[in-house]
Design a binder for this molecule. Structure first.
Ligand SMILES: Cc1ncc(COP(=O)(O)O)c(C=O)c1O
Length: 386
């Protein structure tokens, strides 16, 4: 076959295809944005409450509080729960920076915990060890566990709740990557006391800028977060009852998300099919993502483990074949410059340190074609002959 005949097949695959997604829903999205331009209620327009109600119906959570980003969603939870100086918040070290940054922003101390080598979520044995260690040490008060649902797979909230109850801690979810996932019939948003998600464009349920939300069944927590996102206002606009934030969700972003919501369940299903196709092509050759009984992923990423010495070569060769890859995350939080004084240094959280050298994520989005999945899979298979 000539190179010319191969050319279209070699066009770069999109790692996340936001352009294809927009084209698929263009009339609905354009109309939704136009409606906001026409009514001009750019802040706290009717689409914000409409989205919160729709997400509440979708997830089963009693309250949804829209806000300006996933990071601010985490911040609103911590502030509403009264977390602050002298408090310890247990977080996985193999996560995005926001999980560790937010406790620090309000004066609390993140305690880094190792992760499970197979599902990449917080390791329950190490978590208990770290809780005991903080209690024994005696300078910080253990207050809560902030679990990340890495790459879209919910952490084991039943076991985490058991640990939280035994140690008198609160349990929160950093579900920035997992909205759309579930454990059995219970959707992400209802798996613990308060759940933060992100609508960053590349997330499974993304808007066209920054956005986020908190899900909770707790009336008081929801009311406090509604106040916090609007500068701490009380009943009247200029009656400020607490120190708050400007953390509102833009009306245009809410309108875009409302237009996308009817397609979301179908998109999650398509992501699952992509994951199954990768599994079929690659399992047995290299460690593919684990499936945990009853837990379904939103597939923010499809992440495999490869030998660390081969990883950059694999990424380079896949790039040549038009297949982009990404490494989430090349360094765990406890080794990052800004946080390293809080952790135990290299070797202290060995699983996360090893994973950061071994993981590589393949293109994952609902618009991948069979041919693109096969191109990615066969480029990977080239490194792992059966
Ligand atoms: C695990 C995790 N937590 C928090 C965030 C923060 O979300 P945002 O970018 O919307 O602030 C992200 C986003 O990348 C994330 O992946």
């Amino acid at each position: 076959m000539s190179n010319a005949a191969l050319a279209p097949e070699q066009d770069p695959i999109a790692f996340v295809d936001l352009k294809a997604q927009y084209q698929a829903y263009r009339p609905e999205i354009d109309a939704a944005i136009q409606t906001v331009l026409d009514h001009a209620q750019f802040i706290n327009g009717p689409e914000v409450a409409a989205l919160e109600n729709a997400l509440s119906a979708f997830s089963g959570a009693k309250h949804v509080v829209g806000c300006s980003s996933g990071t601010d969603a985490l911040l609103m939870i911590m502030m509403a729960e009264g977390i602050g100086r002298g408090d310890a918040v247990f977080v996985p070290t193999f996560t995005f920076t926001a999980t560790a940054e937010v406790p620090l922003l309000i004066g609390a101390t993140p305690i880094f915990v190792d992760v499970d080598p197979d599902d990449f979520n917080i390791d329950l044995t190490d978590l208990e060890k770290k809780i005991e260690a903080v209690r024994t040490e005696g300078t910080l008060v253990p207050r809560g566990i902030l679990a990340t649902d890495l790459f879209g797979l919910p952490a084991d909230y039943a076991l985490l709740q058991d640990i939280a109850d035994r140690h008198d801690l609160m349990l929160w979810a950093d579900a920035a990557q997992s909205f759309g996932g579930a454990i059995g019939p219970q959707k992400v948003g209802t798996l613990c006391r308060a759940t933060a998600t992100s609508f960053f464009p590349a997330k499974p349920f993304g808007c066209y800028g920054d956005g986020g939300a908190v899900f909770t069944d707790d009336d008081e927590l929801a009311a406090t977060m509604r106040s916090i996102r609007a500068h701490g206002k009380g009943g009247a606009k200029y009656d400020i009852v607490r120190v708050g934030l400007n953390a509102r969700l833009d009306t245009i972003q809410a309108a875009i998300l409302l237009a996308k919501l009817p397609h979301f369940a179908d998109e999650v299903e398509r992501r699952e099919k992509v994951a199954q196709a990768y599994d079929k092509a690659l399992s047995g050759l290299l460690p593919t993502p684990v499936r945990r009984q009853g837990r379904s992923s939103a597939w923010a990423q499809y992440t495999v483990k490869v030998p660390s010495e081969k990883r950059s070569d694999i990424a380079a060769k896949l790039k040549e074949a038009g297949v982009p890859t990404a490494v989430y995350y090349p360094m765990p939080m406890h080794l990052q410059t800004a946080y390293k004084d809080l952790g135990g240094g290299p070797g202290s959280l060995p699983t996360s340190e090893r994973l950061s050298q071994e993981v590589i994520s393949l293109p994952m989005h609902p618009f991948l074609t069979e041919a693109q999945i096969e191109r990615t899979s066969s480029a990977m298979r080239g490194f792992f002959p059966a």
